[in-house]
Design a protein around this ligand. Structure first.
Ligand SMILES: Cc1cc2nc3c(=O)[nH]c(=O)nc-3n(C[C@H](O)[C@H](O)[C@H](O)COP(=O)(O)OP(=O)(O)OC[C@H]3O[C@@H](n4cnc5c(N)ncnc54)[C@H](O)[C@@H]3O)c2cc1C
Length: 373
């Protein structure tokens, strides 16, 4: 089994088009910086949130379908990387919709990151766009997300087709390009962090990162002096996206461009067919399971605990531990602790045992930093 395949189930790696390369003489990491420890304790937890990732083993659905007299463009099923892939798949969905609408009005179903991005693109192209959504930000799954820009955990390589993998490789690169203009733009909550993907084993060969190594600035692979003393580390600069800021801003951008928002729940295909627009983009995430009968959609439950802010933390990590994966993403408003992936689970109440595992696990990692400094 390839290393990246093994990691993918843990949400650590994409199964995108990767190239295996022999490991060159691996380097000793020379950070040239210090790592202030995360102060992880139960007293510093400000909130714990739960969300369901809309996962499809074959990958996201991005295609047109005829429904009665209407054209439906599907753009859903992005698993654990919908925010990451939003500027990859939404421009394609928007292009398909614009082509079908021939200048006419377009409906977008859903106001998570996919619906908002699609609506923004179409409104800027001059279409009359109406977004129909049961939940608007800040009440979408997209608001729950971490977010590290890294395409991972959204398909199973054993199920995805070669065509999907080829197209996905290109869309990853487009998605990366799409986010770059937002970095450090005031109000959008997008900024760079030093990211560290850690591994307990030194690989005999390594795969290129999803989309190609060249889109990961300052990429270094090292096996000595790694963060927390892991056997292997891939370190690069990655975008951190705070979805609470980002989604508010792009929703406002879509409204400024002319998109209208209507809060409503569509209970079945007859409701979809009754919409006045002849062209409809379906960005309902996990909702597509009931609305469009897609039984291949599986929820993957995730739980995040937020700690009080530590402005000095400008690095992130994903680390496998004996008790499961742990990840930490710094935001201006707090430190996000994560690391749960429960396939098929739908309970929306936070699990106290998982809060304890995360808080104690991250504290244990932070202790390793204190011990080595
Ligand atoms: C704990 C956790 C951590 C995550 N971390 C990351 C990360 O680090 N990076 C990353 O890229 N992604 C991450 N994700 C994944 C990301 O959140 C999802 O892939 C993304 O939110 C999917 O966006 P969406 O717009 O398709 O769906 P959603 O955000 O769920 O939006 C769906 C929209 O459709 C509407 N809708 C659904 N059904 C109906 C209906 N019947 N009628 C009307 N409206 C309907 C909803 O109300 C909502 O407005 C994480 C997810 C979780 C849960």
């Amino acid at each position: 089994m390839r290393r990246r395949d093994m990691l993918s189930g843990l949400g650590l790696s994409s199964l995108g088009a990767c190239t295996s390369m022999p490991v060159p003489s691996l380097k000793t990491y020379q950070p040239g910086r210090t790592y202030p420890p995360v102060q992880s304790s139960m007293q510093r937890v400000t909130r714990t949130v739960v969300g369901l990732r809309p996962y499809r083993p074959q990958g996201y659905r991005l295609e047109a379908e005829a429904l009665g007299g209407k054209t439906i463009i599907h753009n859903y099923g992005h698993g654990g990387c919908g925010v990451t892939m939003s500027w990859g798949t939404s421009p394609v969905a928007a292009e398909l919709a614009a082509h079908a609408a021939e200048g006419g009005p377009i409906a977008v179903l859903g106001a998570g990151v996919m619906g908002l991005t699609t609506a923004l693109i179409l409104a800027r192209r001059g279409h009359a766009v109406t977004v129909y959504a049961e939940h608007l930000p800040p009440h979408t799954t997209s608001n729950i997300a971490g977010v590290l820009w890294f395409p991972t955990g959204y398909f199973d390589r054993n199920v995805a087709t070669p065509d999907f993998l080829r197209r996905n490789h290109l869309l990853i690169r487009a998605a990366h390009r799409g986010f770059l203009p937002y970095v450090n733009r005031p109000g959008y909550g997008v900024y760079w962090a030093d990211h560290h993907a850690l591994s307990r084993r030194t690989p005999v060969a390594y795969d290129s990162l999803p989309g190609g190594d060249d889109i990961y600035p300052e990429l270094q692979r090292a096996h000595e002096n790694t963060l927390f003393g892991y056997a292997f580390m891939e370190r690069f600069r990655a975008m951190i996206i705070d979805p609470d800021f980002y989604l508010d801003e792009i929703m406002q951008d879509a409204q400024i461009a002319g998109a209208h928002f209507i809060g409503t729940r569509l209970s079945g295909l007859s409701d979809v067919e009754a919409l006045p627009e002849p062209v409809i983009v379906n960005c309902t995430g996990l909702g597509a399971r009931d609305l469009f009968g897609d039984e291949s959609l599986v929820p993957i439950r995730g739980q995040l605990s937020h700690l009080l802010p530590q402005p000095e933390i400008d690095y992130s990590y994903v680390a496998p531990t004996a008790e499961g994966v742990l990840y930490m993403f710094p935001r201006k408003t707090g430190i996000v602790l994560g690391g749960t992936h429960e396939m098929g689970e739908t309970a929306m109440e936070p699990d106290p045992a998982q809060i304890k595992r995360m808080v104690e696990g991250h504290a244990e990692l932070a202790n390793r930093l204190s011990a080595s400094s």
